[in-house]
Design a protein around this ligand. Sequence first.
Ligand code: SAH
Length: 212
Amino acid sequence: MDFEAERARLIEHLSREIKDRRVLDVMARIPRERFMPEENRHLAYEDIPLPIGLEQTISQPFIIALMTEALELTGTEKVLEIGTGSGYQAAILAALARYVVTVERLPKLAKMASKVLDSLGYRNIVIHHSGETLGWPEAAPYEAILVTAAAPRVPPELISQLAIGGRMVIPVGSRYLQKLVKITRQKRKNRVENLCGCRFVSLIGKGAWEDE
Ligand code: SAH
């Protein structure tokens, strides 16, 4: 299978909606097939979410591009990602920001992601096993936070890990359908924008959903 050609075709498709050239250029370089199980690799460049094991998914490329674009990264930021999953989104963030802290609750996924990211040479990503508190307050504040699992509401403990002027993108809604929301933290009233409808796996833990 010609992954290079497939990847170029996907980027061409995404460029109809995604205008940030930096996001597209980074996605044009990262081998998405490496972040998924062998049996799904032939679908790596379809614009669909795919299973990565343990009932979790790697998000749809369009949604990944949209969320990344909304974070408005310039290369100087320390970014927090909740839900490492396959590690693909973390790789994109690491290419566009200074440093990425990513947390995952399932050790097996964290281990697989760590292996791929190491083999691809990423040195500015640290993966943590999620603890008691949502996110990773130890390294806060972050100029950008990306939540890649769906929450019932915007978790206040994540807002407090966001720098003033920082952007957070998070799917918020029911367990089965959400809105992708962008929050810009401001001194007084935070700015809130709805980006689109979406469907993510559930964020698990205190302040979110129970494990089923
Ligand atoms: N960003 C990932 C997609 C992740 S799917 C990628 O690029 O592949 C969502 C992930 O969030 C799952 O792996 C799930 O285990 C994890 N997750 C759910 N609740 C979490 C929590 N409270 N803290 C950290 N990770 C969580």
